[in-house]
Design a protein around this ligand. Structure first.
Ligand SMILES: [Zn+2]
Length: 106
């Protein structure tokens, strides 16, 4: 009898665990979609800049969706674009920022 109760308790715990994992996954996907709609947060919507100092300003002003500050950890480039990889100091999520260089001052 004790063995059966233990099995039931274990199954219940596993069920709760699985449900929580599924819900967390959904919330994360939704958050990713929301963030990609913002200008500068996806390669489809880069922010036009006229100088590289605007990148520094953006990193100082923009926030992770959780509200945390962003810390620059790396940089890369795509054709006509500068990509700055940041990490949120609160939730430690990677956030890539995209800047369109087509109107850069020369
Ligand atoms: Zn965050």
């Amino acid at each position: 009898m004790a063995g059966l109760l233990f099995t039931l308790a274990l199954l219940a715990a596993l069920g709760v665990f699985a449900a929580r994992r599924i819900l967390q996954g959904r919330a994360k996907r939704k958050r990713k979609r929301t963030i990609a709609d913002r200008p500068g947060y996806s390669p489809d919507k880069p922010v036009k800049i006229s100088g590289f100092d605007e990148i520094d300003d953006a990193i100082a002003m923009w926030r992770c969706p959780c509200g945390g500050l962003l810390d620059r950890i790396g940089e890369g480039s795509r054709p006509g674009m500068r990509v700055v990889r940041c990490v949120c100091v609160v939730c430690e999520e990677d956030v890539d920022l995209f800047f369109d260089l087509s109107e850069l001052r020369h």
